[in-house]
Design a protein. Structure first.
Length: 195
């Protein structure tokens, strides 16, 4: 046990935040998570605009494979079982019933967000939450956004989480492209070259 340099309360030497005064000693962060790189963003965008969800979901599975160990490392055992089941269902639906992959991706995105929220509460005593509509509409991209803004969310769970201006432009364009792509795929918008 050591004294907090800010309020002199007795704290554990490994604590990343003082439980008495709330001061941070270390920036809250998520270890080794890979974001979607720009080439993968371009592939996702083009595939959705052309209505090809196969490529989109293959990119989702690739991203999940790269980050799977990181999610397992911060998840509780009950969530690990759910994550394994949803990952298996994702691959299964992609092979046999591709249109059901949208529903599985919603549940998978929700589970990934819950894993991060539980980790945040356990490690930093910070009750961060996600936006249900954002999760349902943007799914995996919302999870990436959630990871991108994790530090700000943990430090102040009550405020809105804004990205840097460059990030806002990137996410706005991608969300718009994905939304239009989803509409094309569902059939609400008729695109001549898709017929």
């Amino acid at each position: 046990m050591v004294k907090c340099p800010y309020c002199e309360a007795m704290i554990n030497n490994n604590d990343e935040r003082c439980h008495s005064c709330g001061e941070w000693f270390v920036e809250p962060y998520l270890d080794n998570f890979c974001f979607i790189s720009m080439p993968l963003f371009i592939i996702l965008s083009i595939s959705l605009v052309l209505g090809n969800l196969w490529i989109y979901y293959i990119c989702v599975v690739v991203w999940l494979m790269f980050n799977y160990k990181n999610f397992i490392a911060i998840a509780i055992p009950k969530d690990v079982k759910k994550l394994n089941l949803l990952s298996f269902l994702m691959i299964l639906t992609l092979i046999f019933i591709p249109k059901l992959a949208i529903i599985v991706e919603i549940f998978l995105s929700y589970r990934l967000l819950r894993i991060i929220e539980k980790f945040s509460y356990k490690k930093y005593d910070s009750p961060i939450t996600h936006h249900e509509l954002g999760m349902i509409v943007f799914r995996l991209l919302y999870v990436v956004y959630f990871i991108d803004t994790f530090t700000d969310r943990v430090k102040d769970p009550t405020r809105r989480y804004l990205l840097e201006p460059k990030s806002w432009i990137k996410y706005s364009i991608l969300f718009l492209i994905i939304f239009i792509g989803c509409l094309c795929f569902i059939g609400f918008v008729n695109v001549p070259f898709l017929q």
